[in-house]
Design a protein around this ligand. Structure first.
Ligand code: BGC
Length: 720
């Protein structure tokens, strides 16, 4: 333990120590006059000014001046001058907003993801933020859940790669010296992405084996990359809310993974142990959370109201509090706050750095790489001499930043209308809404039909408004709102080519869109530079390269549908499959509409001569898988070559395919490159029924392809 911190802790009263364990939102610090801002559940917290002045951290401050003022005031009032920690949700950008994380996943570009996190950290740090509540690495398989847009997708290997990249980007290598970085808090521990029925905050039920095999790796990857903090989840895991879950925090995070950073509850999650039904009152909630391992209670006051009494009654040992306080003080020290409590906060630099051209440029680049071309019947790229009607609720909408967009302002976002004008000027473009996101007037429709009549190509901008996904944004119907489906149908009657661009935060059921469109572009919420990035792609200045990281279901009835599922005992399509008694739907295919890894571009690639350096391998002797990828089209492009493995016979059932690697390759027309992957014994390990993580000798299949469906196969064997 650091000596200074020991002597500081010796001076602290119990109240002062417990104060470090509460996190309050900024309105609590605005001084008595502004306390009017305290609204909703905050009013009922019933905490007094003493708690505020002993508190340890602040949620959601905005801007260097605000942070500096709050910190200054706090240091004057706090007896021992312990600086506050400022934490914020800097998820996909601070003010320069990048595409939503699900879109970032679709870029398969780890370097650029890291760069975007670094930029987000820089903008946040100069604005006074010390910790970001990111990355969110919850694995997601159910598009009904609104928060799928915060995750990089359905695959644990890919999510782990992005988790590491983001943590590196946020934290850099030395946060004590480098005040352009912020500490990262990985969330939501654990398995928040698997709520039953896709309903937010709902029960999560899975075996420990599945948890370890599929859901935990990305959190672990973030911690291996050095993430300083962990946030608990709202859900239960095997009947125990994550925020009161000793097995998850003390046994797994602390004892097994040796995590010694700070664990924070999600917003209000300690008190939610009461409605969950494992605590009868706030005192019991505090008792369960502290015992389970929560260091900081976010935005409820169970700790500050009850921990002292719990200690005095002998229900808990003061040592538990000391451990938590020490971890929090250590983080403050690591961030350099005892030497400079204002750290990176710098109003002048904030002006210069936040939303700089260079940052916007990276946002644009990442957006072009995140957007996924789902269909193209030889209509894209567009030609500038054509006449266009840009129609739809997102034609001129600036609601394209998506949920959790920090301090991002819609006013700074480049709309599609503005983006297309950068390519076309004003002459070739007519714009009409056609309908709003969920409603329509007759005149809106008429105006759109009129504009479309005059055009060579209809560019249709459809989607979900950003309130329809994100936290508490669960849906049972994941089609676009009916007015938008009606709009496309009406336009289709005109017989003109339709290019549909989608703005949304989840995989959608695209029936009603796909069949009426000549091309479909999944733009997600593309961030600040969205409109211009889309224009870059539509006009072919950039060749689309994004690939889905979450399957698009054929219908919501298939959900969850994901690529790495099991075969079942009665797989469809097996040579001996009977007509009826097989694992299938009577009214739908089993396959998603668009599989994991799928995405088109303006060129074509062939995959040839797939080969192995040897067909047998051992733990000591890995083998190499190679394929020749050729650009057979007329445009330069970037292909994401994907490598999957199937373990044919396991001690427990193994998925049909698992992503084990990928490479992005730039190819000029006619150019070909050899792409190689090493297959090592480590990649063949999995959790057995006794939870042992190891490999079995036997037969495997390696697959390579442009997506998880259209692959070529080659068998190999692991010898032991
Ligand atoms: C969310 C977290 C977020 C926290 C603080 C909660 O409602 O679940 O992801 O970090 O609020 O804003």
């Amino acid at each position: 333990m650091n000596k200074n911190l020991v002597s500081l802790m010796e001076k602290m009263t119990l109240d002062e120590k417990i104060g470090q364990l509460i996190q309050l939102a900024t309105p609590f610090y605005m001084g008595a006059t502004d306390r009017g801002q305290i609204t909703g559940p905050m009013v009922g917290m019933g905490i007094d000014d003493n708690v505020v002045l002993n508190s340890g951290s602040v949620l959601g401050a905005s801007g260097a001046n605000e942070v500096i003022n709050i910190q200054q005031q706090h240091l004057k009032e706090n007896r021992l001058g312990i600086p506050l920690l400022f934490m914020s949700d800097v998820v996909h950008g601070y003010k320069t907003i990048f595409p939503v994380p699900l879109a970032i996943g679709c870029s398969w570009d780890l370097e650029l993801a890291e760069k975007s996190a670094e930029i987000a950290a820089y903008e946040a740090a100069v604005s006074g933020v010390h910790v970001t509540f990111a990355p969110m690495v919850d694995l997601v398989r159910d598009p009904r859940w609104g928060r799928v847009m915060e995750s990089t997708g359905e695959d644990s290997y890919l999510n782990s790669q992005f988790a590491k990249a983001q943590v590196r980007g946020f934290q850099g290598t030395d946060m004590t010296k480098d005040h352009k970085r912020v500490a990262s808090c990985v969330k939501h521990f654990a398995a928040y992405g698997a709520p039953e029925g896709g309903r937010d905050y709902n029960t999560v039920n899975m075996s420990e084996r599945e948890l370890r095999e599929t859901y935990l790796p990305a959190y672990k990857a973030a911690l291996n990359a050095g993430s300083e903090m962990v946030m608990t989840a709202f859900n239960t895991v095997d009947g125990i809310p994550a925020t009161g879950n000793k097995q998850l925090m003390r046994d797994l995070l602390r004892d097994e993974w040796n995590f010694d950073g700070v664990i924070i509850s999600d917003w209000g999650a300690v008190k939610e142990l009461i409605p969950h039904g494992i605590a009868s009152d706030e005192k019991e909630a505090a008792l369960k959370a502290i015992k389970a391992g929560v260091d900081i209670e976010m935005m409820t006051a169970c700790y500050v109201k009850n921990l002292k009494e719990l200690i005095n009654n002998g229900d808990i040992d003061e040592g538990l509090i000391n451990e938590s306080v020490l971890r929090i003080l250590q983080l403050k020290q690591k961030l350099g706050l005892f030497d400079n409590p204002y750290r990176g906060a710098d109003a002048r630099l904030e002006q210069e750095v936040v939303m700089s051209d260079a940052h916007r440029q990276v946002s644009r680049e990442l957006a072009t790489k995140s957007i996924v071309l789902l269909k193209n019947e030889a209509i894209l790229p567009l030609h500038k001499h054509q006449k266009f009607a840009l129609i739809g609720p997102f034609a001129s909408s600036n609601d394209i930043l998506g949920p959790w967009s920090g301090l991002g302002s819609k006013d700074d976002a480049i709309t599609m209308n503005e983006g297309l004008r950068t390519k076309l000027g004003d002459s070739h473009l007519l714009v009409a809404k056609g309908c709003d996101v969920e409603t329509r007037t007759d005149s809106q429709l008429n105006e759109a039909l009129l504009a479309a009549k005059d055009a060579d190509v209809i560019v249709l901008a459809l989607g979900e408004d950003s309130e329809m996904s994100g936290e508490a944004g669960s849906l049972t119907d994941i089609r676009l709102p009916q007015v938008q489906l009606d709009l496309i149908k009406k336009l289709k009657e005109l017989g003109k080519p339709i290019v549909t661009v989608l703005f949304n935060g989840r995989p959608l059921d695209l029936h009603g869109v796909i069949e009426h469109s000549d091309a479909v572009v999944e733009a997600w919420y593309p961030g600040t530079e969205g409109g211009v990035a889309i224009a870059d792609l539509l006009f072919g200045d950039v060749n689309p390269s994004g690939k889905l990281t979450m399957s698009f279901p054929d219908s919501v009835g298939q959900v969850p549908v994901y690529y790495n599922h099991f075969n079942t005992g009665r797989p469809k399509g097996a040579p001996d499959a009977q007509e009826r008694y097989i694992s299938q739907y009577l009214d739908s295919p089993n396959e998603p509409l668009f599989p994991f890894g799928y995405g088109l571009g303006y060129t074509t690639y062939t995959y040839n001569n797939m080969r192995l350096s040897a067909t047998e391998m051992t733990a000591e002797k890995p083998i190499t898988l190679t394929v020749t990828v050729k650009n057979t089209g007329s445009k330069a492009g970037v292909e994401t070559v994907q490598f999957y493995i199937r373990d044919l016979v396991g001690e427990v059932v193994r998925p049909l395919k698992e992503l084990k690697g990928f490479k992005k390759v730039h190819l000029q027309p006619n150019e070909e490159k050899e792409i190689s992957f090493t297959i090592s014994e480590k990649q063949l390990r999995y959790h057995h029924s006794n939870l042992e993580f190891s490999s079995d000798s036997g037969k495997f299949i390696a697959y390579i392809g442009p997506n998880s469906r259209d692959v070529q196969a080659i068998p190999f064997e692991l010898l032991k």
